[in-house]
Design a protein around this ligand. Structure first.
Ligand code: ADP
Ligand code: MG
Length: 152
């Protein structure tokens, strides 16, 4: 299932992400694609706040991953743009990140190909003049349910 959503401004991106977070009730891995500035970090911020995290959500540009704990969830927000060697992910203990109670938001997942958990949902953010669009593609039942419950 593929759905496209128009996002008129930043608050629309945050709102979609927040709604999706509230519809997220199981371990989920989301891949975020899109050019620099397309809104991957913005979406992740809205999602992590939507799960109930009240602190600051920083871009993991230099750290590669930022972990959060909220209620029953462990959230891992990755930005793999600067990953030079996929082995770095092994050193970071990547395998522990894809367990039962984890929600993973992964910017630039192509850089970690072969080492990441498979996506439940792929989100492609694109520029539409000064606004954005999000194309949501489900690649598992979990991803499909997430789209359905977000957009209903
Ligand atoms: P990325 O992580 O993809 O490189 P960021 O999330 O860091 O991008 O930056 C996205 C930028 O685009 C921010 O300046 C944000 O305010 C802006 N933005 C986010 N969503 C929208 C939107 N729907 N329309 C216009 N601008 C947006
Ligand atoms: Mg980013």
């Amino acid at each position: 299932m593929k759905q496209q959503v128009f996002l008129a401004d930043e608050s629309a991106t945050l709102a979609l992400a927040g709604k999706m977070a509230k519809a997220c009730h199981t371990s989920t891995t989301i891949y975020l694609h899109g050019d620099l500035g397309a809104g991957k970090t913005c979406f992740s911020r809205g999602f992590i706040h939507g799960l109930g995290f009240e602190g600051r959500v920083k871009s993991p540009t230099y750290t590669l991953v930022e972990p959060y704990e909220v209620g029953p969830w462990r959230i891992f927000h990755f930005d793999l743009y600067r990953l030079s060697d996929p082995e770095e992910l092994e050193f970071m203990g990547i395998r522990d990140y894809f367990e039962q109670d984890c929600i993973n938001l992964i910017e630039w997942p192509d850089k970690g190909q072969g080492l990441l958990a498979p996506a439940d949902l792929i989100i492609e953010l694109a520029y539409v003049d000064n606004a954005r669009s999000a194309t949501l593609t489900a690649v598992s039942d979990t991803g499909q349910a997430l789209i359905t419950n977000t957009l209903k």
